[in-house]
Design a protein around this ligand. Structure first.
Ligand SMILES: [Zn+2]
Length: 302
């Protein structure tokens, strides 16, 4: 009797040890949009796509490219989804797009689905330069690359206190520092960054400053001190848009900055969060430290 009981316990322990410890999360259908940008989207989108594909249990990723008229080069060596895509097939839209207007029907679909919480939105770097004249987009992104008169600007003073600068004061958006810089968590308990070092070094990137916008329903997660503006610039934030969730990172100027393990980890976890609010992707052991950057291997040149 005793022996049978012991065997049953051993079996049960073994069984549970073999089961995944984390809560089961559904697979998220991710769509990256690119095709126009004053940045090299043909080389950066594949880095993000590969990072999502490495987490195949959690993400299924497609790419749609809204190529400019006259651009004769193929978008990517892999197949893309025709633009405009059917957003109802996706849980999260990741924008690597900075270019001409999208069709109104697509804008309206994004606006409505985001508001209803049916799709999440992720904004990467120059995607926040786009669509200055689209009012709802500016609400979605919270703040972006605009001139000084466009809207308010948010910064943190030396004590870490939020300072909102009115439109017209300070400078217009820019990147007055480029290089490695330290990302400082301001809400270390937020699911996207929970467990990361409070400070971590991001590999050489443009440090966006003076982001401008309505800054409504914005939650600041991290800042970076700019040697250019001599203040703490917002570096990761979220926006609540109706029931929808937006994750915004101004990092990711080029392939080098996107190979930063810190960038990629926040991108994946931010996309999870925007998708269904659950964050399951582990923080890798090679994550950057307060002093040292950490990047994945060289991306293959096309
Ligand atoms: Zn840039």
């Amino acid at each position: 009797m005793k022996k049978v009981f012991a065997l049953a316990v051993a079996w049960a322990l073994g069984f549970f040890a073999a089961s995944p410890a984390q809560v089961h999360a559904e697979k998220l259908r991710v769509l990256i949009v690119d095709g126009q940008n004053n940045h090299d989207w043909r080389s950066t989108t594949p880095i993000m796509k590969a990072a999502f594909e490495k987490q195949a249990d959690r993400f299924a990723v497609d790419v749609t490219s809204n190529i400019a008229k006259g651009d004769k080069k193929p978008a990517h060596p892999f197949d893309t989804v025709p633009f405009p895509p059917d957003l109802s097939k996706y849980d999260v839209l990741v924008s690597n797009y900075n270019g001409g207007s999208w069709p109104k029907e697509f804008n309206d679909a994004l606006d409505a689905r985001l508001k209803e919480g049916k799709v999440g939105l992720v904004i990467v770097h120059a995607a926040n330069n786009s669509f200055g004249g689209w009012k709802e987009y500016n609400q979605m992104i919270g703040m972006g690359w605009r001139d000084a008169k466009y809207g308010k600007r948010l910064k943190l003073d030396d004590e870490g206190k939020a300072v909102v600068v009115p439109a017209g004061e300070d400078q217009g958006s820019g990147h007055r520092y480029t290089g490695d810089f330290q990302v400082v968590l301001r809400d270390a308990a937020h699911p996207v960054v929970k467990g990361m070092p409070k400070e971590w070094m991001h590999a050489r990137d443009e440090l966006y400053d003076n982001m401008r916008g309505p800054i409504e329903n914005v939650h600041l997660i991290a800042t970076a001190y700019s040697k250019g503006t001599k203040t703490n610039e917002p570096m990761i934030w979220t926006v609540s848009y109706g029931k929808g969730k937006v994750f915004h990172t101004p990092m990711g100027h080029d392939a080098n900055s996107m190979r930063c393990v810190g960038f990629l980890t926040t991108l994946l976890r931010g996309t999870e969060w925007a998708g269904d609010g659950m964050v399951t992707i582990a923080i890798p052991p090679e994550f950057p430290t307060a002093e040292k950057t950490s990047s994945i291997g060289e991306a293959k040149k096309k």
